[in-house]
Design a protein around this ligand. Sequence first.
Ligand code: SAH
Ligand code: SF4
Ligand code: F3S
Length: 478
Amino acid sequence: MSENISEKRINSLVPPHEMEKAFGFIRKMRALNEKRALETGTDLKAHVLTFGCQQNEADSEKLAGMARSMGYEITSEPERADLILVNTCAVREHAEQKALSIIGQFKHLKNKKSTLMIGVCGCMVTQKHRSEEIRRSYPYVDFIFGTSSLHRMPQLLYEKTVKGKRLFAPDEDEYLVAEGLNIERASDYRAWVSIMYGCNNFCSYCIVPYVRGRERSRRMEDIVTEVEELAEKGYKDITLLGQNVNSYAKGMEYDFADLLDRLAKIEGDFKLRFMTSHPKDASRKLIDTMAKHDKIAKHFHLPLQSGSDAMLKAMNRHYDKAQYLDTVRYIREKMPDIAITTDIIVGFPGETEQDFKDTLDMLREVRYDMIFSFIYSPRKGTPASEMEQIDEKVKGERFSRLLEVQNQISLEKNLPFVGKTVSVLCDGVSKNNDALLSGRTEGNKIVFFEGDATDEGKYLNIKIDRAEAFALYGEKIK
Ligand code: SAH
Ligand code: SF4
Ligand code: F3S
C-alpha cells in the first residue's frame, strides 16, 4: 500500500495552482518587458546557452519557450541579450570548467549593460558546492535554479527585476512533472520529447541521479498529444528522451514498449528514436516492438561502459558481459541491419590492463557502428570518486588505444555502404565544411554530399561513393 502511494506521487504533475502561478509571472514579466520595449524602441532579447546532453537541450527549449512567452526575442548573440540563461552540465569535470569559464566571460557584458539579467541552471548548479561557488565568486549572476524547477524561472526573473534581490532556488518539486510550458524548438524537423525525468540507477561513477532527482514519467496521453502535434507540423525525426527509457512509467499501467507501440501508430512521415536504454532492462518486448514498426528507427544505443564483469560490478551496472551479449544477439536476430552504438568509460578506478583488454574484446565482438568514449572523471559525492584512482597517463593511453581499435571497426562497418543508396535526413550546410551538406541515415550515420541549403529538413536519397570511420560521402540521386 505504502509503495503504491509513493509510486503514484512519483509520477504526479506539478499542481495546477503552481503552474498558474508560473503563468502569472510570465504575464507580469511580459507586461514589464513590453513597457521597456516601448521606452527603448526595441524588443528585448534572450540568449540560452546549453551544455550537456539532449535532456538539457530539451530543457533549454522550454527555457527559450518561456522567454518567448515573456516577450523576449531569442538571439544567438549573448552581446545583444537582455537575459542570458546558462544551462549547465556536470557529467565530467571538463563540462563544468567550460560552463564556469563562459559564465566568467559574461561579467564584462553585465558591466556594459547593468540591466542584463543572468540566470544559471542545470546539473552543475544543482550541486550545493557549485551553487555556493556561484554565489561567492560570480556576484553578477542574478539567479540560480535547479533541474526540477524550470517552471520557477519566470518568478525568479521577475523578483530579481522588481526587487533587485539575488535568488537561489533549490529544487523542491523533485518528483513532479510540469506540463503545459511553451517549447521553442531549435529545429523544425528534428524534435526532442522528454518522456521521463531523473534516474534511480546510481551507477557508481555518475552524478546524474544526484542532480536530476528520482525517476518520474509523463503520462502517455500527454506524450501522444505532443508527438501528434509534431507529426502534424511535419517533424521528421522525433527522439524520446529519458536517462533510462526502459523504466518509463514504473508504477503506471503501461510501459515503454507500450508507449512506442502507441506512438508508432501516429500518422505522418517521421521516425521515432529513443535514448537512453539501460542494458539491464532492455526487454524482449521492447526489441519486438522496435522490429514491428517501420516508424521506429533501426538504431539502438546501448551503453556498455566496460567489457569487464569486475568493472561492471564496481560500476553498479547490474548486468554482465554474457547478459549484454545475449541482448545484442536478440536485437540482431530481430533486426539484422540495425546500427548499434554504445558509451564506454576508460580508466574507471581499479581498471587493470586485463579489464581494459576485456573492453577492447567486447568492441571486437559486438562490432559497434560507433562508440562514444570517455575518460573517467571523478564526480564529487559519487562512490567511485572515493575509490583509488588510476594514473592520468595510463587513462590517456588506454583512451587512444580504444579509439584506434574502434576506428578500424567503424571503418569496416561503413565500407559496405559504398555503392549503395541510403535515405538521409538533410541537416543543411555542414558545420565543418561549408561546401557540403550533411545529413543522417536511419542508423544515425553522418553523410556528406553536395546540394543546396533548401534541402535542409528533407529526406534525400544519397548514393554513397566513399566511406571513412566517422562519415559516409556520396551524391544526391534524383
Ligand atoms: N543515462 C545514460 C547516459 C548518462 S551520461 C546512460 O545510462 O547511458 C552519458 C555517458 O557519460 C554515460 O553513458 C557514461 O559513459 C558517461 N559518463 C557518466 N559519468 C561519467 C564520469 N564520471 N566520467 C566519465 N564518463 C562518464
Ligand atoms: Fe548515470 Fe547510470 Fe543513471 Fe545513466 S543509468 S544516468 S549512467 S546513473
Ligand atoms: Fe550533463 Fe545533466 Fe545531461 S549532468 S549529461 S546535462 S543529465
